[in-house]
Design a protein around this ligand. Sequence first.
Ligand code: E4P
Length: 220
Amino acid sequence: MELYLDTADVAAVKQYARILPLHGVTTNPSIVAQSGVPLWDLLPALLEALGGSGRLFAQVLATRAGEMVSEGQRLAERVPGLVVKVPVTAEGLVAIRQLRALDIPVLGTAVYGAAQGLLAALAGAGYVAPYVNRLDAQGGDGIALVSDLQQLLTLHAPRTRVLAASFRTPHQVLSCLLAGCESVTLPLDVAGQLLNTPAVCAAVEKFTADWQGAFGRTTL
Ligand code: E4P
């Protein structure tokens, strides 16, 4: 499977790259805007934080196909291997086909429906990103979406991967993986929740306290 962080926090990427088997970093315009770092400075910094290798994803801002393609080309030229994120609108589907014809890797993003994700895959997207929590938050079922989409892609577009996105809880992440999805991108708070289970810390503290109580030291 492939594990990504969904962030523009360079220091956090560096920290997590030490701990987790990260494949790379995904961003979107809101995440980049929140960081306040210009995209063209941010992308090389994220790559360096990953240790010089790893897959980066950055999103186009344009809404018309021609401009989406121009932005995608600029992104791909600036960062070799970068995957261009394109929202799966009608114009986005046109842009995905054109970017693929230029041999530029694409992720279809802002996916709220299985048919929408399948269309992005048929247009040539190598990844499609269903928004799990955002769908849950509006009364839908994000995990069912991931499950349906994964089945559709396995049947009809097996070269496209589901990269599930938009998480608030570790449970959502694990449910997607159990549904057969092979790639996830984690916001920092969810990555933190996966690691820092309070019960684990309490158990480790008790081991140390018991040892110190018996032997008067905290080393073997
Ligand atoms: C994925 O492509 C998006 O960047 C992101 O995961 C959206 O999720 P949010 O609901 O955490 O903003």
